[in-house]
Ligand binder design. Structure first.
Ligand code: ACO
Length: 330
């Protein structure tokens, strides 16, 4: 059987309208615009309104991706939603999005690989199409981290933002598409990035709430050390599988957590920083949405053209790290 070429035929993104600047945080916690900008590169982020959930953001991004791909929702036969902030713990959010966009012929699952989720989702989608299980897969990364961040904890609250992105994965023109993928994981035994309560290990009791264990907790420096190794490693592993070198990449779209992590990766990979697409100054860390949002922006600005080689690389809680190499199809 001839090998299928599988890639992306349309991308979309959605950012909530509410802008929260570093100066807004200066008014509520002991921080400064200068500290946040110089330590992270973030200047502002978007927060969902009170009545917007992850499904609402994901559905908007999905509609845009469908429009850009020129296909209707009923052509989608699988929805893979990457998220660490689902609408509910039980009842998957992908099903809610299926209803919101009218994708009545689609199966629907959530995957949680935190900030690597969008890349994991693309790789899973490729596998589903390659195996013949599905024809057109809608991959979404959507998050409302503002709901799981303690707005009094300066170590975390300034870093995250809300947003969503989507891509349609299907068969594409010969010689283009997702060339290779690397999916990595190692257990985070020390809780360097975790929301403790609300799962099966620590129920959401009054005591847990008093200890604020319903909010994300992070050991920033441990995550930083992991990230500066994981970003280059995942990219190199995927390049190796594609029999390519770092110099073959036209654009790296990394997870947008901290500009210093991306600068360190640029040095290790020996890829000039100008070839990394950055937008974390505007949106902060939107977890599983960040790579998709950056991909959509770069495409919309005309910075990505047919035949370009793009590396999408993420790292996040789990710990997870992942990369796909794509030869752009359109
Ligand atoms: N404003 C002012 N001061 C602050 C703030 C803030 N918002 N946050 C921390 N500080 C203080 C600390 O309390 C500390 O003070 P101290 O020296 O008196 O104790 C000081 O700044 C230095 O803190 P560090 O943690 O050493 O700062 P660092 O330079 O490591 O930067 C940061 C912290 C930005 C969190 C960095 O470690 C980082 O980016 N880590 C990676 C985080 C990340 O990528 N997380 C997401 C992963 S993806 C996912 O799955 C969700």
């Amino acid at each position: 059987m001839a090998q299928k070429n599988i890639g992306i035929i349309g991308v979309g993104a959605y950012l909530p309208e509410k802008v929260v600047t570093n100066f807004d945080f200066e008014k509520i916690i002991d921080t400064s615009d200068e500290w946040i900008r110089t330590r992270t590169g973030i200047e502002e982020r978007r927060f969902a309104t009170e009545n917007q959930a992850t499904s609402d953001l994901g559905a908007e991004a999905a509609k845009k991706a469908l429009e850009n791909a020129g296909i209707s929702a009923d052509e989608i036969d699988m929805i893979i939603l990457a998220t660490a902030t689902p609408d509910y713990l039980v009842q998957n959010t992908a099903c809610i999005i299926q209803e919101l966009i009218g994708a009545k012929n689609a199966g629907a699952i959530d995957v949680n690989a935190a900030c690597s989720g969008f890349v994991y989702g693309l790789a899973l989608a490729k596998g589903m199409v390659a195996s013949g299980i599905n024809k057109k897969v809608l991959v979404i990364g959507a998050e409302v981290f503002s709901r799981i961040v303690d707005m009094e904890d300066r170590n975390t609250c300034v870093l995250f933002g809300d947003g969503a992105a989507a891509a349609i994965v299907t068969e594409v023109e010969c010689g283009t598409g997702i060339i290779s993928e690397f999916l990595g994981a190692e257990a985070d035994k020390t809780g360097s990035l975790r929301t403790i309560a609300g799962g099966s290990k620590v129920p959401l009791t009054r005591e847990a709430l008093d200890k604020k264990e319903n909010f994300i907790q992070m050991k920033g420096q441990d995550v930083f050390k992991f990230a500066v190794k994981a970003l280059p490693k995942a990219t190199l592993e995927a390049l190796d599988k594609a029999s390519m070198k770092a110099s073959d990449i036209d654009m790296v779209i990394p997870h947008q957590a901290n500009v210093r992590i991306i600068e360190a990766a640029s040095k290790r990979l020996e890829i000039p920083i100008e070839r990394f697409y950055l937008n974390l100054n505007k949106y902060g860390n939107t977890s599983s949405a960040s790579i998709g949002i950056a991909l959509f922006e770069a495409w919309e600005k005309g910075l990505i053209k047919k035949g370009d080689v793009i590396a999408l690389t993420g790292f996040g809680a789990g710990l997870t790290y992942a990369s796909v190499i794509i030869k752009w199809s359109y």
